[in-house]
Design a protein around this ligand. Structure first.
Ligand SMILES: Cc1cc2nc3c(=O)[nH]c(=O)nc-3n(C[C@H](O)[C@H](O)[C@H](O)COP(=O)(O)OP(=O)(O)OC[C@H]3O[C@@H](n4cnc5c(N)ncnc54)[C@H](O)[C@@H]3O)c2cc1C
Length: 470
């Protein structure tokens, strides 16, 4: 433990969500604490912001929330940036409620170190993201900065560091999580900064209502924004209220029916951190406490939101090659290699798949939903990915194609949630999901969900809603 830390900070550093990436006491003369916001793009129910505010209050310093928009986020394109952009005004408004100033800067004037110097920061607090590149973005400043730098595990209900190794099965994780939930599934008090930061005159800050991508030349604008989702904390809260009021009661029976619009569609908001998982879980818990939904409905939803979602975080955290064939255990890699050269009939290129040009109209409809709505129902995602294994030239290519399309078109893509499922679909992860998945002869469809008879008639209904748009 860092003996030089003020006592209040020492207590905070012991919080299970906190990782002290660079220790030491804040240097004397610092003028503010900076919350370096990356994944948790919100002011409400944001444990990282709360830690920054508590530190600021301990040190008698104001808090500035800094959001640096880079132009080359992995796999991201105009669709993702528009959604992100839509969320910025809500963050600014909600930060003001915490007496925190929100400053956005965008490439090329976005560098953290320059910002810290300008505001004379005493300390930096970030959030966490277990994916490889985002984790590297946190490691690098941890080595370079001269200031204390902590990160806070803000986007899970149960702090992920409590599980110190790869958890293979959801039922085992559930068993380990259950005794922890009474401690973590609890509403947190709203903390406010005691001092407000006064912005120096002519201080550079981007106007959040403007287009963050304006003027970026080498930026991918080929994937258009969607009108099926509007980004931001306030839109997420509205969607959550509607889900709890109208759909949660039937979630347990309808969640596996893509022909019914029975799920929350909150995944894009969770991915961008516009809403925290605790906010959602508590709304569901409250509906149950008020007798509006059954225990079965509540348990079924929390099982997806907490256990399955946090199992995916654990997978990405502890499986180094989580996004390629090397993620598979040796037995699965061996089988996949043995069948790599099996004939595929039909066999499709990435371009044919991308353009939804297969013989299978159900699959094409799902692919068009991905292209035009940026989202797909979980049941269809399983079918969609399994078919790619069946039709791609090899399992390694299937894996690559699935992730490429997943992250390019889904608003919730490039998220820990996608990787274990891609692995499962490729037949490489029986153990993670607890659901078996064929590894035989490239014919992965034997493990795909039974879609044909039930769903094919529903394609027409989907098409009217959003599938054939554009
Ligand atoms: C091949 C494949 C690829 C996927 N890629 C992604 C992805 O890129 N990003 C992503 O967020 N999810 C992904 N998922 C998981 C899941 O399909 C989506 O999270 C879910 O469909 C989102 O819809 P919803 O918000 O209406 O979910 P709901 O049913 O309302 O569930 C609430 C929340 O629980 C979590 N959740 C639900 N189902 C799962 C699941 N099976 N595994 C893990 N968490 C879950 C999500 O955060 C979701 O928002 C993928 C699944 C498969 C099979």
């Amino acid at each position: 433990m860092d003996e030089k830390l003020p006592a209040g900070l020492r207590v905070l550093s012991r919080d299970e969500r906190v990782a002290v990436r660079r220790g030491g006491a804040p240097p004397p003369g610092g003028k503010c604490v900076v919350y370096w916001m990356q994944r948790a793009q919100r002011a409400l129910d944001n444990p990282a912001l709360d830690v920054a505010i508590r530190i600021g209050n301990e040190l008698g310093l104001p808090v500035v929330a800094f959001f640096s928009v880079i132009s080359n986020f992995p796999s991201a394109n105009l669709r993702h940036y528009v959604f992100l952009n839509q969320g910025l005004a809500d963050i600014e408004e909600d930060m003001a409620e915490h007496d925190v100033t929100f400053v956005v800067r965008r490439a090329p004037n976005h560098l953290l170190e320059k910002f810290l110097e300008e505001v004379q920061a005493a300390m930096v607090v970030g959030d966490e993201n277990p994916c490889r590149e985002p984790e590297r973005w946190r490691r690098v400043p941890a080595e370079r900065l001269k200031l204390p730098f902590w990160t806070v595990d803000a986007d899970v209900v149960v702090p992920s560091k409590l599980f110190t190794k790869h958890q293979y099965m959801v039922h085992i994780l559930r068993k380990r999580m259950e005794p922890l939930l009474p401690e973590y599934l609890v509403a947190q008090p709203v903390v406010k900064a005691q001092k407000r930061w006064s912005r120096p005159k002519s201080f550079e800050a981007f106007n959040v209502t403007e287009d963050v991508t304006k003027g970026w030349r080498d930026f991918d604008r080929t994937v258009k924004p969607v009108d099926s989702f509007h980004g931001g904390t306030h839109a997420a809260q509205k969607l959550l209220r509607a889900f709890v009021t109208h759909k949660l009661a039937n979630y347990a029976t309808q969640r596996n029916h893509p022909e019914v619009d029975g799920t929350s569609r909150l995944s894009p908001y969770l991915h961008f951190g516009h809403i925290g998982p605790l906010t959602i879980a508590l709304a569901v818990e409250q509906a149950f406490q008020q007798g509006r939904v059954t225990q079965e409905a509540k348990d079924s939803y929390l099982n997806e939101l907490i256990q399955w979602r946090e199992l995916a975080v654990n997978f990405v955290k502890y499986v180094p090659h989580y996004d390629s064939m090397e993620a598979a255990p040796e037995w699965a890699q061996k089988t996949l290699r043995e069948h790599a050269g099996d004939p595929r009939n039909p066999k499709y290129t990435l371009e044919q798949l991308e353009r939804a040009e297969t013989y299978d109209e159900l699959w094409n409809a799902a692919q068009r939903q991905m292209l035009h709505a940026g989202w797909m129902h979980n049941y269809m995602r399983m079918y969609w990915a399994k078919k790619i294994l069946e039709w791609a030239p090899s399992p390694a290519k299937a894996w690559k194609f699935a992730l490429l399309l997943n992250d390019k078109y889904f608003l919730d893509g490039h998220d820990p949630n996608g990787y274990p499922w891609a692995a499962w679909a490729m037949g490489a992860l029986r153990t993670c999901t607890g659901q078996d998945s064929s590894t035989s002869s490239g014919s992965g469809s034997s493990g795909s969900p039974p879609c044909s008879s039930r769903l094919r008639p529903a394609i027409g209904g989907w098409s009217q809603r959003e599938l054939y748009r554009g």
